[in-house]
Ligand binder design. Structure first.
Ligand SMILES: [Zn+2]
Length: 124
């Protein structure tokens, strides 16, 4: 089971993922998850696939699970900047090296909980 619409749901755990975002046809603003209308100018948007690669611009460790969390603590979350367009929060794939701002990441599919297919960032 995957959260619908965030990426091609035919991928398997470990596969590279291209997140689906929206780009405004007028002002170019990019949003993730994608929106039908631009929140800045109200114009129509088009669906775009972001690149697999991104840059790590922030991270932290989660030590106490938020309500409803399917991920065992502790785990890392990162903020990735895609093509200087949009920054997206995501899980850090566990088992990677110590994190530093500016590291290159790739977006991959992972399974959390019993069966939820979602995306995470892996240091590339
Ligand atoms: Zn716009």
């Amino acid at each position: 089971m995957a959260r619908p619409g965030l990426f091609d749901e035919k991928v398997k755990a470990g596969d590279p993922v291209r997140l689906r975002a929206s780009r405004c046809r007028e002002c170019g603003r990019t949003e993730f998850p994608g929106l039908v209308a631009c929140p800045a100018c109200g114009s129509a948007t088009a669906e775009v696939e972001l690149p697999e690669e991104a840059t790590l611009v922030g991270f932290t460790a989660v030590l106490y699970p938020p309500p409803g969390s399917r991920v065992e603590v502790p785990y890392g979350i990162g903020v990735a900047r895609f093509a200087d367009e949009v920054c997206i929060l995501g899980l850090m794939d566990p088992g990677g090296p110590e994190l530093e701002i500016g590291m290159m990441l790739r977006t991959v599919a992972i399974v959390v909980g019993d069966d939820l297919l979602t995306y995470a960032y892996q240091v590339s």
